[in-house]
Design a protein around this ligand. Structure first.
Ligand code: AMP
Length: 396
């Protein structure tokens, strides 16, 4: 039996799950938060137990050391050599990485260099890879890219209508995101429907704090709502989604801003559901406020749902049809109200949600028996997909 890590490092956090493979049982999981700040938080859950410690964790290196020590302390492992595989989630793979890739010094450097596309993520991810390779030199280590599922979209869908040289010279194009999740739920949907994913047209709606929608044809992403960075597409918790670029200089003048980065920061952190509602980026808070009659909260909900509906409609057109629509991630999995509101805007296509079946947070087909399009709720599992990729590359 081998133990495999799925690691998801952010600028100040490190999420992890340790699996027994190939059984895919989770033997430990948790998160290190506030790395590099005061009062960092280390949590580990295992065997129905939970430990939480507040201490200063100055670097990702210290976070990894703490984690590996905790695994030994709690006798989850006896020796580090039991961990034979590690899969690292990477946000930006650019044009270089079209599939999950075994790590070596050169690959880690390339991931680090791609930090230009995802400044908050890639650098931290590369740092964690270096540390883990020192600690676990024998383990098979791979990078799994959020972008690689979208890497083979047709050029007509990934190019921006900008001077073509900006693509050839600077790699400026749509890369998408949440690829591991879209891939997982599309395949799972086909399994649940007893069909072959290669024969299907599926629209996957990953609706979380970050949100994106993908058109999956024949098991491949053919178009997706996120863009050069995860700022594009839907309205998100704090991100604005699609916007007319000309509004930037106009607003900068009105706001007295001179640095474009300050403006982009507003689009990333102060906009979306938070900006419109003026209340919260968390859909639960906004749903409650809307029920209590708060009009801005209702508007934020309506805008969120409307954009989801528009993207689904767009992707029905992109694929000239659709067999299944899948909801996943924090909002998609947990908010029957959102699924109901979205699907009620799409009845023209013959999609019919079953109100009773929709009252669920679990894996389920939630369309009526007579619906022309299957509608599914599928909790995403990016971690198991990462662990599976480790096994796949290990056995290659
Ligand atoms: P994620 O980024 O996938 O972890 O999703 C996080 C988001 O899911 C939160 O910000 C919430 O807005 C949303 N969420 C979680 N539970 C619910 C719920 N019961 N109803 C509506 N939204 C929820």
């Amino acid at each position: 039996m081998s133990k495999t890590f799925a690691i998801n490092a952010g600028s100040s956090s490190l999420k992890y799950q340790l699996y027994n493979m190939p059984e895919e049982t989770v033997i430990a999981k948790g998160v290190v938060e506030r790395i590099g700040m005061d009062n960092s938080i280390f949590t580990i859950k295992f065997d129905n137990q939970k430990e939480e410690k507040v201490l200063d964790i100055p670097t990702h290196k210290v976070a990894v050391e703490l984690l590996l020590n905790a695994l030994k302390e709690h006798e989850i492992i006896k020796d580090l050599t039991e961990i034979t595989g590690v899969g690292h989630r990477v946000v930006a793979g650019g044009e270089l990485f079209k599939e999950s890739t075994l790590l070596n010094d050169e690959v880690i450097k390339q991931i680090d260099d791609l930090g230009e596309f995802a400044p908050l993520h890639n650098k931290a991810e590369a740092e964690v890879m270096r540390v883990m390779r020192e600690e676990l030199p024998e383990a098979t280590m791979i990078a799994v890219f959020d972008t690689s599922f979208h890497a083979n979209m047709p050029a007509k869908n990934y190019l921006y209508s900008l001077p073509y040289e900006y693509y050839t010279d600077f790699a400026a194009r749509k890369y998408g995101a949440h690829g591991t999740s879209h891939n997982y739920v599309a395949r799972r949907a086909a399994e649940m429907l007893g069909r072959n994913v290669e024969d299907m047209k599926i629209i996957t709606c990953h609706l979380g704090n970050g949100a994106s929608i993908t058109a999956v044809e024949g098991g491949k992403s053919v178009d997706t709502s996120m863009g050069f960075t995860p700022l594009a597409g839907l309205q998100m918790g704090t991100r604005c989604g699609d916007i007319d670029a000309s509004i930037l200089p106009y607003l900068m003048k009105k706001l007295g801003l001179t640095d474009i980065n300050d403006m982009v920061n507003i689009l990333n952190k102060k906009s979306g559901t938070l900006g419109v509602s003026g209340l919260s980026s968390d859909m639960r808070d906004v749903e409650i406020a809307a029920e209590e009659g708060n009009e801005r909260a209702q508007l934020a909900l309506d805008m969120f749902n409307s954009r989801v509906i528009k993207y689904i409609g767009q992707y029905v057109a992109v694929m000239n049809g659709v067999d299944a629509i899948v909801f996943t991630a924090g909002i998609g999995e947990n908010s029957p109200e959102t699924r109901q509101a979205v699907m009620e805007g799409l009845t023209w296509f013959g999609a019919e949600i079953d109100t009773d079946r929709n009252k669920t947070r679990d894996e389920a087909i939630i369309s009526t028996d007579s619906s022309k399009i299957a509608i599914l709720n599928i909790p995403t599992d990016e971690e198991v997909e990462i662990a599976r990729d480790v096994e796949r590359l290990k056995n290659k």
